[in-house]
Design a protein around this ligand. Sequence first.
Ligand code: MSP
Length: 475
Amino acid sequence: MDKNKFYITTPIYYVNDEPHVGHALSTVCADIIARYQRSLGKEVFFLTGTDEYGAKVLLKAKSEGKEPQQFVDSVAKEFEKAWKLLNVSNDIFIRTTDPRHKKNVEEFINKVYQKGDIYKSEYEGYYCIGCEEFKVERDLIEGHCPVHRPEQTVFQREENYFFKLTKYATQVLEILENDEYQILPKQKKHEIVTKLRDAIEKNELPDLSISRENLDWGIRIPWDEKHAIYVWFDALLNYSSALKMKDIYDKFWPADLHVVGKDILWFHTTIWLSMLLAGEEELPKQVFATSYFTIDGQKMSKSLGNVIRPADLVEKYGVDGARYLLATSLPYHDDGDIGYLKFDTRYTADLVNNLGNLVNRVVGLIKKKDYTIKNFELEQDYFSELEPLFNEYKLHEVLQQILMHVSKVNLKISEEKLWEKEGEEFSTKIESVVKSIRQIGYNLAPFMPNTSLFINHTFAESAKESEQVLFPRLT
Ligand code: MSP
């Protein structure tokens, strides 16, 4: 296998909702990792996209009085727009309504069916449309899913096709326990492994229903067109469809990293691995699951009116400000609280008063002294403490470390009273400061690409002409 390639994915987002800060978290984290891997010289393929079938999306389209295709076309555009705004460097934007994805799903399901891993049976039980997930009694509180509105939990009795999840469960458990497919953070590995082990031991893991009889909005079961394929069975396969669409499956498969939210980790472990084992495809290497954002202590929801959208963030803090705030707020182990007040405080402390101040004051000094920078060499190195943090995707900690370097340079300038120096002494000291700033700029590149370019450009010959203020104060 080509060690020099890196295939990274985000979840594909349901189009029943417009892009919000929760979606932006997975996407921006994946983008930072993709940019980091590129800077290490890897050939990266970065996938994101939209999940457009299923009951939830259909209901939403109907509630807006639109044809489903017309509806999904318009929301998918919103996602593409949001990721452009946030300077996301994805190589493809996949949509599950693409006929090429349908072809891949059909081929896969046919193969697994012919192998005897899919059978027809009666399904009786609960389904939460909000989660697009079958539920057992113990998942419900007072008869409905605790996360979504009560009416979204429906009772169903119908003929379904089932996938033999149970056939692969023990093998999947072993793979997860041995980190052959590594779950990060480790604490989340523990949760999944315990859940799966318990279910196997208690004989409580059901086979997975993978079709819906009365759903008009989905890819059809190829040998029985009355049935729509369950949205998750279809959605997970986007990861292989995307490579086949570009004719690069052989080069990039399997995925090196799936970035997901904690809510969908079960699907990206137990279900996804079982499917791949059944389909006899090579397994992915790693999955990184973030926790959730809450907004000022509350769940983000339309009814509470506290939804933060990528466009709002970019308007207020600029692209790089928005990316910085998302990455520093990364809820790594536990859920993390965000909100405008917290964002304002952090933007001002870290970007205006620390990073912005450093760059702006040094540019000011260079202008005042009419100094011409002599050394333009850029050290293309990451600070040594960053690599282990990057390897565990602790992106918030990487930023903390970089900002510590920024503080140090700021302190050095003040302690040395650099503005009072002249001649040779000024030259030696300012060259050293500029070198540090450029290295900081290099380290920031995966997180804040524009700022990094700005720093690089400003501290070349053009420093004296620079008019732009980096990270102005909030108004
Ligand atoms: N369509 C499925 C994924 C299929 S992947 C083959 C799906 N989509 S989703 O739009 O509902 O959510 C996708 C992801 O958005 C979640 O896993 C999570 O990463 C992110 N988030 C949604 N709300 C969030 C927060 N409040 N906070 C952080 N991330 C959240 O599930």
